[in-house]
Design a protein around this ligand. Structure first.
Ligand SMILES: Nc1ccn([C@@H]2O[C@H](COP(=O)(O)OP(=O)(O)OP(=O)(O)O)[C@@H](O)[C@H]2O)c(=O)n1
Ligand SMILES: C[C@](O)(CO)[C@H](O)COP(=O)(O)O
Length: 233
């Protein structure tokens, strides 16, 4: 097998403020998770391992019962733990591994293709990125305040927002998660950052605005509007 994809889908979606865990929220007649799985399979990936909340495992198994190339595991309390649980369930040794958020259900195929092309060209830590369109500043205080003092603007031209799918060699991803499991003092919000702690620098390929992460209620509204357009159905 050349490539396995892991879809962490065990988050609760606190910021979305719905009762249903985010990956199981409907979008155009199917769940975010089903969209994400379809996107991965459409990109030609042979095996997908999804990590879901414990109490939704039976639902996920039923959802993908006719698709033997979709495996289900129980996720963890953090995204990194969900990815680690998925990695532990993989038999054999694929060459590459992609990690893709269930929360990015409308990611177009061309983003998967760019990541896979960079991996096949020998890059070991590949990340889809987009330029940032707002001016960006840091807070000078650690405390969230109603009126918050700000530092100088950060040089925007070189900033990039990071998306998924992120691509790695399978062995590097396993090693990075093994290492992280032994040192939980650091907090990492994505897998590319974990590989960097092992001295494997990331490279960026072009992401897509359509690969936006459904995080807040307005993101879901936007996704539902886009889903009604022909190319998303
Ligand atoms: N313990 C966790 C936390 C997150 N995720 C997954 O990681 C992806 C990105 O996380 P995010 O968008 O932050 O989702 P939530 O953690 O569910 O959102 P929130 O932070 O608002 O609760 C999502 O597909 C989410 O399901 C996961 O598998 N396991
Ligand atoms: C992996 C990610 O989507 C890259 O932007 C992001 O870091 C996930 O962060 P979240 O806080 O778990 O949504």
């Amino acid at each position: 097998m050349e490539t396995v994809a892991i879809i962490p889908a065990a988050g609760s979606g606190t910021r979305l403020r719905l009762e249903t865990p985010k990956a199981f929220v409907p979008l155009g007649g199917r769940t975010l998770l089903e969209h994400a799985v379809a996107g991965v399979l459409n990109a030609g990936i042979e095996l997908v391992v999804i990590a879901v909340p414990r109490d939704l495992k039976a639902r996920a198994l039923d959802m993908f019962r006719t698709q033997p190339n979709v495996q289900t595991v129980i996720g963890g309390t953090e995204r990194t733990e969900s990815v680690r649980n998925a990695l532990a369930a993989i038999d054999g040794k694929p060459t590459y591994a992609l990690v893709h958020d269930a929360a990015r259900p409308l990611t177009p195929r061309r983003v998967f293709d760019r990541v896979l092309t960079a991996l096949r060209a020998g890059h070991r830590n590949v990340v889809p990125v987009l330029p940032v369109s707002d001016t960006v500043r840091t807070l000078t205080s650690q405390q969230p305040e109603e009126v918050a003092p700000l530092g100088a603007p950060v040089e925007r031209a070189r900033l990039r927002a990071v998306q998924t799918p992120q691509g790695f060699t399978f062995d590097d991803l396993v090693a990075a998660h093994d290492r992280f499991a032994r040192d939980t003092s650091t907090q990492m919000t994505d897998d590319a950052s974990l590989l960097e702690t092992m001295g494997i620098p990331s490279v960026g390929v072009e992401g897509s605005h359509e690969a936006f992460k459904i995080t807040h209620p307005l993101d879901l509204e936007l996704a539902r509007m886009l889903c009604g357009r022909k190319e998303y159905t």
